[in-house]
Design a protein. Structure first.
Lengths: 306, 159
């Protein structure tokens, strides 16, 4: 079938390859079962739950940010999250942003891995997070706040900031626990820019959330309380190895909410408020995601697996 | 010399641990269901607070279709990735055992942790799984202490 398709689209090699990729992706999308998961509402904080094995979650997020001394921006990123096993999830990000009255630029990629350290549920559940990112200085998704990240860092025009290329390694210890239907999560991060002799940078994120309805209703419904999860998260920088502490750091408080639709989509919203003069005054984050369970199996079958 | 002694000591220790684990591990007829035997006594004895709720099974069926059927099959008959939930090992387990297994998962064998579902939803799932019992006389939701025999729950028995 692919050879026929390839011949049909033999005019332009690039176009045919693109179309072939599109067809493969369409076939995969048709082969997998969309599954509504109970998604967490957090956007910055991580709890200890990983992607189900073989499931792919495709997510699109955006951050609108105001700036006092520069143009406002709208950063957006896509996440492809795959459950390799029940204790290992891997995720690939593509980042970009538009700064109003300036330009739209692709700002890089990230690859993260989360590994559950303990088999069973415990009083506190630790997960190890390891990320490699290759981004430009124009990256503004603010997926985490670390070191002495402050609002003025983001005021550099895209044309200049895009010239700077960072290779960064990031380690996080994710701690999370469920208590009386509440989830409480705490993340500590240490990041090291591998280009140049930069010091380690530290940051934190904490969050609490709870579903609005605890029991599942008998009917399939969009507006049932059980489909909504609400909470709050707080995140910020903790300085560097050379100057650890709160001076010259930024911090945010952000209510979060997620709506898990029966049509297999999850919508998230989080208005964030800067807590000091170093922070952006306002960040509005939005996210849309869809989970496809059985993606791994479908991919395996497509390439002759059982 | 010291190195040789240390290596011998470590080897003996490892073998001893391996033997101890083999001896301690409770055996079941089908090893797939072995994780059920690992539930602590306190968890095994927990009652299902939704036992008398007629809506629990219906809600549980909805949750099962959303979260469990992809691996365990639409009728819980089992599949390539996960075992049947109609088996005696599951049906004769106490609700507390099933709740414990749902909450902790069997991460090593690919079953995720489902504690992200609120507790009432996990109990709804337990109610639904128990309602699938093909033998009406086996594995009732009756609390083990309430049974006349007073025998320990089947999930903890070693055949």
């Amino acid at each position: 079938m692919f050879s026929i398709l390839q011949r049909k689209f033999s005019g332009d090699r690039r176009t045919s390859r693109g179309r072939l990729v599109l067809i493969v992706l369409t076939m995969l999308a048709g082969a997998v079962i969309p599954a509504r998961a109970q998604e967490s509402p957090y956007i910055v904080t991580y709890d200890h739950y990983l992607e189900e094995p073989g499931s792919l979650e495709v997510e699109c997020f955006s951050t609108f940010g105001t700036q006092r001394a520069a143009n406002d921006f709208h950063a957006f990123w896509s996440e492809f999250e795959y459950g390799v096993t029940a204790f290992w999830t891997t995720e690939f990000y593509l980042d970009s942003q538009t700064t109003f009255n300036e330009s739209t630029v692709f700002t890089g990629f990230r690859w993260e891995n989360r590994v559950r350290l303990l088999q069973n549920e415990h009083f506190i559940n630790p997960v190890l997070y390891l990320e490699y990112e290759q981004t430009s200085g124009a990256d503004k998704i603010l997926k985490e706040v670390e070191g002495h990240d402050v609002e003025s860092d983001y005021a550099v025009p895209n044309a200049i900031a895009s010239q700077e290329h960072d290779h960064e390694m990031e380690l996080k210890l994710l701690l999370s626990k469920n208590f009386k239907s509440w989830n409480i999560a705490e993340n500590t991060l240490a990041a090291k820019n591998l280009t140049g002799g930069n010091p380690w940078e530290f940051g934190y994120a904490i969050g609490a959330s709870r579903p609005l309805g605890l029991k599942a209703s008998a009917q399939r419904c969009s507006f049932c309380a059980e489909n909504f999860v609400a909470g709050v998260e707080m995140y910020g920088g903790l300085g560097t190895t050379s100057r650890f502490g709160l001076p010259n750091t930024s911090h945010y408080l952000a209510p979060v909410a997620a709506w898990n639709l029966p049509s297999d989509w999850t919508i998230r919203i989080s208005p964030g408020f800067g807590l000091n003069d170093n922070s952006h005054r306002f960040l509005l984050r939005l996210g849309v995601s869809r989970e496809f369970s059985g993606f791994g199996n479908a991919l395996s079958r497509l390439f002759g697996g059982r | 010399m010291n190195r040789v002694l240390s290596s011998c000591f470590v080897s003996v220790l490892l073998i001893a641990i391996a033997f101890a684990q083999t001896a301690e591990a409770p055996r079941t007829a089908n090893p797939v269901y072995a994780p059920l035997t690992k539930a602590p006594k306190k968890a095994v004895a927990r009652r299902n607070p939704l036992q008398d709720d007629p809506d629990a099974v219906v809600g549980g069926a909805k949750l099962f279709a959303l979260h469990c059927s992809e691996c365990h099959g639409e009728m819980a008959e089992g599949g390539k990735k996960a075992p049947s939930l109609l088996a005696d090992e599951v049906q004769q387990s106490t609700p507390g055992t099933l709740f414990w297994l749902l909450s902790n998962g069997v991460v090593r064998r690919g079953m995720p942790v489902w504690s992200k579902l609120p507790e009432p939803q996990r109990w709804q799932l337990v109610s639904y799984i128990k309602s699938l019992n093909p033998k009406p006389d086996a594995g009732s939701e009756k609390h083990p202490e309430e049974t006349n025999s007073g025998s320990p729950p089947p999930a903890n028995q070693t055949p």
